[in-house]
Design a protein around this ligand. Structure first.
Ligand code: ADP
Ligand code: MG
Length: 695
């Protein structure tokens, strides 16, 4: 095996990886051993010691071990498996809302296990929901890990334990072969004093036990610096190449016929803000040119980007071209569908819908009408650009991305939609302002329009920072607000590697709140529900049948319920400021004075305190984004993916800002002197994401 290049080694060659598991890895964009090595931890957990059950407290992440003394299924609002674990200092409950027969068996009384998870206040006192656990025969002699435990980004059905095991095997192979190709020319490596690639990778996957938990985000970590540099370089190269290509391509020139636009504006219940008007004018100028538009539409939450998108769409439609509008989640795409149907169908425009869940027969019909041009506007998720979707005459792609993807990854989508000689124009809407520091370096070559003014009549949101020890008070407050006719959100932001865990947290919270507030109509919405279910819940909330909506961060994008005036955000300290700002943007949309309560876990670090203060004191997305960069320093136990800014694996624009100039210079050197490494570098770091498969 060792003489082989690591990117040639199939995953199924590793122990325990069969075709089914391999598929899971494919979902993560991992196809070979090299990909595994570049699948980097989000964060670390310290499992080098065992905690005593008697000494844990709510909110802590702990590793416990002991004997199961009871195990039974409880029926409440939601069925759950409830086990009691005992060590010589006390007992604690473990609760599972989802469990297989095999799991139930493994959790039978008398079995010994070791588990890791967060302690919460539950039905029976201290509880852990879905802890990661292992049944162990001889607890006394079971060793604890010697390095910090990496937590990787994962996908449903792929457990951390599995993932870690496979990653460890990949590291072993690396150790034996040293065959991960170092593409960076020695000239650059020496000049910048960077670490070797192999060494850097090992440090990141298996940090020594005495490394701080926030190690991923610490500044001058050499392993990190090396990888961050390479990653930033790959992104920059991707962007440069893309921009180069696009200036050589041709797009349809659209000379707007203003009739549709005039009719649309007449039916709107408000007039455009100046900022909306000028943004559209900039877009119109681009559309009326043969050079493909590549424009970012930046605007704070609630600034009215959708209307500008509608104008742009009408511009293209009026010229006889089709338009595609893509959103990162079903729920957001559905929201657009709802709006655009209401706006456009009176104008005689046919609006189609396509998501990954569209049924075969429906899909077939839609594809036909798309090819024939009958469907003029198509709305959906990334399914809009999957195999087999062929547009008759696509002229404009609009992507409402909020903040999920790196900008150039999204822009690259256009290539998929290009027909032989014409490229559609492309508009990307983003509510995450790109801070100036970043705009000046990596993103300098993108066109952008900024909506810097909110529609009139918005009420400021009053934001308070509250310790979760005052949870009961907060619950009282919700009760009061809701009985006075207002509506509220309770957002569970357990940021984890798996969406499943986040959904479980929301389920548990809904369960708990329902028990405490039995007279309130409480709904639950999360990403794992069926689209129809989600729609129903949203509709019930919109109509006011539901007073309180417990949600995961699925609601951060696009949800628009003006009567909702109170929002509780749990664990806000774990989120990026941009994301918090997004979430908060869901309230303050109506005439009632709105309140946002940031319910943090004690103790709050100094840095987190400062970050939350920024949110409390400002409602300006640009200012918040700048501050986010400034304050995201060491001490934050979070992976970079979660910051809400950019989807880098290692790099963190705030922390690594000092590398940006070197990256820019290096990219010029590479393009001129080492063009052969451009492709491999892009593939390594952006992989399939370049093609937008990574959703
Ligand atoms: P975002 O930029 O966050 O996507 P939306 O496009 O969803 O914002 O707009 C937020 C809300 O503001 C919507 O309810 C929309 O109808 C309303 N809106 C948009 N433009 C205006 C305007 N010029 N005047 C008043 N309300 C507006
Ligand atoms: Mg929007």
């Amino acid at each position: 095996m060792s003489s082989q290049q690591l990117d040639q080694i199939q995953l199924t060659r590793l122990k325990g990886v069969g075709p089914a598991l391999e598929k899971k890895f494919h979902q993560l964009g991992i196809y070979n051993v090299q990909d595994l090595l570049f699948h980097l931890p989000l964060r670390y957990e310290d499992r080098t010691r065992i905690d005593s059950i008697g000494r844990v407290s709510v909110g802590e992440h702990v590793q416990l071990q002991g004997e199961i003394v009871s195990s039974n299924i409880q029926f409440g609002r939601r069925r759950s498996l409830h086990c009691v674990l005992r060590d010589n200092s006390g007992v604690i409950s473990l609760r599972f809302f989802h469990f297989s027969a095999a799991q139930k068996k493994s959790l039978e009384p008398g079995n010994q296990l070791r588990c890791y998870g967060e302690v919460r206040r539950g039905r029976s006192g201290m509880e852990m929901y879905h802890p990661e656990y292992r049944v162990i025969r001889d607890l006394e002699n079971e060793p604890v890990p010697e390095t910090l435990t990496p937590i990787y980004p994962s996908t449903d059905g792929l457990q951390q334990g599995r993932l870690r095991n496979v990653a460890r095997q990949a590291l072993d192979i690396l150790e034996r072969s040293n065959q991960v190709r170092d593409y960076l020319p020695a000239e650059l490596v020496n000049k910048l004093g960077l670490h070797g690639l192999t060494e850097a990778i090992k440090l990141i996957h298996q940090p020594p036990a005495d490394a701080p938990l926030g190690w991923m985000s610490e500044e001058m970590n050499p392993g990190h610096k090396r990888l961050a540099f390479e990653e930033l370089l790959a992104h920059r190269l991707c962007m440069r190449r893309f921009k180069n290509d696009s200036s050589k391509q041709t797009a349809p020139k659209m000379d707007a016929d203003n009739e549709l636009i005039t009719r649309y504006l007449r039916q709107l219940p408000f007039t455009l803000t100046n900022a909306q008007q000028s943004a559209y004018q900039e877009i119109a100028r681009d559309l009326n040119s043969v050079c493909p538009m590549l424009r970012l539409l930046q605007g704070d939450v609630g600034s009215g980007k959708t209307v500008v998108a509608a104008l742009s769409a009408l511009h293209a439609l009026g010229c006889g071209y089709q338009v595609a509008i893509m959103a990162p989640t079903e729920i957001l795409a559905e929201q657009h569908l709802y709006n655009f149907r209401e706006w456009f169908e009176p104008l005689g425009i046919f609006v189609g819908w396509l998501s990954g869940k569209t049924k075969a027969a429906e899909r077939k019909q839609l594809l036909e009408s798309l090819a024939s041009g009958e469907t003029q506007l198509l709305i959906g998720t990334h399914a809009l650009f999957q195999e087999g979707v062929v547009y008759g005459k696509l002229g404009l792609i609009i992507i409402d991305e909020q903040h999920r993807f790196g900008v150039h990854q999204r822009l690259a989508l256009r290539d998929k939609a290009a027909s032989d000689n014409l490229n559609p124009h492309q508009l990307v809407m983003t509510a995450t302002p790109i801070p100036r520091t970043l705009a000046m370096s990596a993103y300098a070559d993108l066109d952008s329009s900024i909506i810097d003014e909110l529609p009139p009549g918005r009420t400021a949101v009053n934001t308070a920072i509250i310790s979760s020890e005052r949870r009961d008070e907060v619950i009282q407050r919700i009760d009061k607000a809701c009985s006075e006719g207002n509506q509220a959100y309770w957002v569970c932001t357990l940021i984890e590697e798996s969406e499943a865990l986040q959904c479980q947290a929301a389920e548990a919270t809904a369960d708990y709140l329902t028990r405490l507030l039995p007279h309130l109509a409480i709904g639950l919405i999360h990403g794992r529900m069926k689209p129809k279910q989600k729609m129903q819940v949203m509709e019930q909330f919109k109509q006011g049948f539901l007073k309180l909506l417990v949600a995961t961060t699925v609601i951060e994008v696009g949800v628009d319920v003006p009567n909702a005036s109170l929002m509780v955000i749990e664990n806000p300290e774990r989120l990026g400021l941009a994301q918090l700002h997004q979430l908060r943007g869901r309230i303050g949309r109506g005439s009632v004075h709105s309140h946002c309560l940031l319910l943090y876990q004690t103790p709050l670090s100094e840095n987190s305190k400062q970050r939350l203060t920024v949110i409390r004191e400002s409602s300006d997305g640009f200012y918040i984004a700048e501050k986010d960069l400034e304050l995201r320093g060491p001490g934050q136990v979070l992976g970079t993916q979660q910051t809400g800014l950019m989807t880098f694996r290692v790099a963190d624009i705030g922390r690594d800002a000092t590398l940006l100039d070197a990256v820019r210079d290096a990219s010029e050197v590479v393009l001129k002197q080492y063009p052969e490494i451009v492709d491999p570098l892009i593939r390594r770091w952006l992989g399939d994401r370049v093609n937008y498969v990574y959703v």
